[in-house]
Design a protein around this ligand. Structure first.
Ligand code: AMP
Ligand code: ZN
Length: 305
């Protein structure tokens, strides 16, 4: 189990940036690293950015689907998430006992002792990416022969990677577009959106670049998976400096081949998705243009008006 000792500390300019955001009320820290609230100015920026992304995707003909930040445990098991990313997964456990055990649980909880032994799986896990609930939902309808695009809206997602870095959160908003369609069209769709999103983020004055990337697959065998993902160019990221030593991924573009389609029986289609990390996009704007939004360049403010 992770302890406070394991939490990576934000260093140098990243730590300074976090302290400034907290001091100015943009971020609201809690007693747990990565569980961070957002003050009014931050919420306003995130919502303006979300509205601007809605304009960007308006001609995509995307179907809206929204899901809660929890999903059936069975679905996460089926896609292999607990093999690839056990370190990131969150699982919901609930109390199913009787009076005597409830009393013991309550006493332990009151004393801040470990009461987790009284819980059992509720059959539910935390959604780790906004696109995950979309695939089983598509299995309940027919994917049209020329494909379908789904817009998840700004969905809350969970990843257990506690950190002091303001851009590495345990819960955050991800806005995804998901495409399911003929295999020979989905890759081009992903690449076109990568270029479009890059242009969009640059139009907000961000020094954005894109690069090939890999997911943080767990363990020794994960290194092989990561290399293979890179070699096949299955993942691209758009990177922007957000206070740390290296540019940070603010958006990702993934090709899944027939992985999700075969797990959920979607027919002879491939899938791809793109996701904006909404908090990271806002942090990139604040880092690039400063925390006083009234002083931002007029063209950036116009884009977000
Ligand atoms: P991924 O599915 O890992 O490519 O994540 C999609 C996007 O979510 C990334 O491009 C980031 O912008 C954002 N993101 C991923 N992990 C985190 C995190 N721990 N905290 C905040 N944003 C994140
Ligand atoms: Zn996705």
């Amino acid at each position: 189990m992770a302890s406070a000792m394991d939490v990576p500390q934000a260093t140098g300019s990243q730590g300074e940036f976090r302290d400034k955001l907290v001091a100015e009320g943009l971020l609201i820290p809690s007693s747990v690293a990565g569980v961070t609230g957002q003050g009014p100015a931050f919420v306003d920026l995130r919502q303006r950015l979300d509205a601007r992304i809605s304009k960007l995707v308006a001609d995509e003909g995307a179907v809206a689907m929204e899901f809660p930040p929890i999903e059936p445990r069975h679905d996460m098991e089926s896609v292999g998430y607990l093999t690839s990313f056990p370190q990131l997964a969150g699982s919901v456990f609930a109390f199913h006992g009787e009076d005597a055990e409830a009393l013991a649980l309550g006493e332990q909880a009151h004393a801040h002792q470990d009461w987790s032994g009284h819980l059992q799986s509720a059959g539910i896990v935390m959604v780790p990416a906004a696109c995950h609930p979309v695939y089983p939902a598509l299995a309940r309808q027919q994917v049209p022969p020329d494909g379908i695009t789904i817009d998840t809206g700004p969905a809350w997602v969970f990843r257990h990677e506690p950190s002091d870095d303001p851009s590495r959160l345990v819960a955050f908003h991800m806005r995804e577009l998901v495409r399911a369609g003929p295999a020979d069209t989905v890759g081009a769709w992903r690449d076109a959106w990568r270029d479009r999103a890059l242009q969009f983020l640059q139009s907000l004055g961000l020094p954005a670049v894109f690069d090939e990337a890999n997911d943080p697959f767990f363990g020794r065998s994960g290194k092989v998976l990561a290399r293979s993902q890179r070699a096949q160019k299955l993942k691209f990221e758009i990177l922007v400096p957000v206070g740390g030593d290296h540019p940070t991924a603010v958006a990702s573009f993934n090709a899944h081949g027939d992985h999700f389609a075969s797990v959920f029986g979607l027919g002879p289609v491939h899938t791809a998705c793109l996701g904006f990390g909404m908090e990271r996009c806002v942090l990139a704007l604040l880092f690039t243009h400063g925390t006083d939004v009234s002083q931002w360049p007029a063209d950036v403010l116009a884009e977000l008006s």
